[in-house]
Design a protein around this ligand. Structure first.
Ligand code: TRP
Length: 335
């Protein structure tokens, strides 16, 4: 709890322009969460990004774009604290302390660590290994009650809870133990070219993914090329992954149920189906894109948001950090 409200924290990495999958899986859920009910913190987690090698200029640009996309997608920066993780040094300071309360064995079990070490075998650095401690620090600094994330982050969340409980058992109630919030029936968006694989921005075939900033005609073209099947029946079934994915995407952007969608599509051919889904996606993304380009032109406004929200995040984060520092035995600051 913070200031009498439940506290909510989430973050995303700035590893490229985000896809429709990231949007429907995370960002759109965030926008629908109530900033009246929760004290919301949404971070662009740039400290996490350097666990794999980055081009500095690119990282800076992508981080700013992601922050603007948060706002463009509908997170009001007056009501939601939108900030860069690297602007609040308490994250790294608490991460160090939590490193000392996390076991090697626990970190060794993390599937994301195993996956990333396999993928970046030439750079298995200590940061990649202790990544979950930094993530725990992100969450615990803001006494988060809920953490909306995708299913792939559940293991990290469970470790965060273990670390918080371990710390509380030793020092008393310091941290709120956070709950995972997996959102409504998770829209897992699949590749448009290989609909049994998750949609990924790293896919070499650009037709496989929709990027949030793809232009309307590009979006329509990618949907027209989407892989379906040959039986011509519009049905929502596991053995028809291409059609199922199109229906999921449609339901995700229009907030309709599968039943409603099937009714709307009754009797249509695949060509029209793809067009309808494409149009629905364009209708959802166009206003976000317009707002994004407006923000890009409005440097002073965005800079002000960045500065003010970093100060606000820093205020809450430092309150928790000071408490922790005192608990573990660091000397009081002389004022
Ligand atoms: N690890 C998350 C991801 O890769 C991003 C993240 C970092 C995060 N810190 C977080 C998500 C804290 C939720 C809460 O998607």
């Amino acid at each position: 709890m913070l200031d009498g409200k439940k506290s909510l924290f989430s973050g995303m990495q700035a590893t490229g322009t985000i896809t429709l999958g990231n949007y429907l899986g995370a960002l759109k859920n965030w926008v629908e969460l109530d900033s009246e009910e929760y004290q919301c913190f949404y971070s662009v987690v740039d400290l996490h990004s350097i666990t794999v090698r980055q081009d500095p200029a690119e990282l800076r640009k992508r981080a700013r774009n992601l922050l603007m996309l948060y706002i463009a997608a509908g997170l009001d920066p007056e009501k939601n604290c939108i900030y860069y993780q690297s602007h609040v040094s308490a994250h790294t300071e608490l991460a160090w302390i939590l490193n000392c309360f996390t076991y090697m064995g626990e970190l060794n079990r993390m599937t994301q660590f195993k996956d990333k070490s396999a993928k970046h075998a030439d750079n298995i650095n200590a940061g990649l290994f202790t990544y979950p401690c930094l993530m725990a620090a992100d969450i615990l600094l803001y006494q988060a009650d809920v953490v909306p994330v995708g299913i792939d982050q559940k293991q990290h969340l469970e470790l965060t809870r273990d670390i918080a409980e371990r710390f509380n058992n030793i020092y008393g109630e310091v941290f709120t133990v956070p709950e995972v919030y997996l959102g409504k029936v998770g829209t897992k968006v699949m590749s448009l070219q290989e609909p049994t694989k998750k949609m990924s921005k790293s896919d070499e075939n650009a037709n496989a993914h929709i990027l949030l900033l793809d232009e309307p005609d590009v979006i329509m073209r990618k949907f027209k090329k989407a892989v379906t099947d040959s039986d011509g029946e519009i049905a929502y079934r596991e053995d028809k992954p291409g059609i199922k994915n199109l229906i999921d995407i449609y339901c995700g952007v229009t907030n309709s149920t599968v039943e409603q969608a099937l009714k709307e599509f009754e009797g249509l051919g695949y060509g029209v189906l793809k067009e309808r889904v494409g149009e629905a996606v364009v209708a959802e993304l166009k206003p976000i894109q317009d707002k994004f380009y407006d923000l890009s032109k409005n440097k002073d406004y965005v800079d002000k948001v960045i500065k003010e929200n970093a100060e606000k995040a820093g205020y809450y984060a430092n309150k928790t950090l000071r408490k922790v520092q005192k608990k573990v035995g660091f000397p009081e600051r002389v004022r």
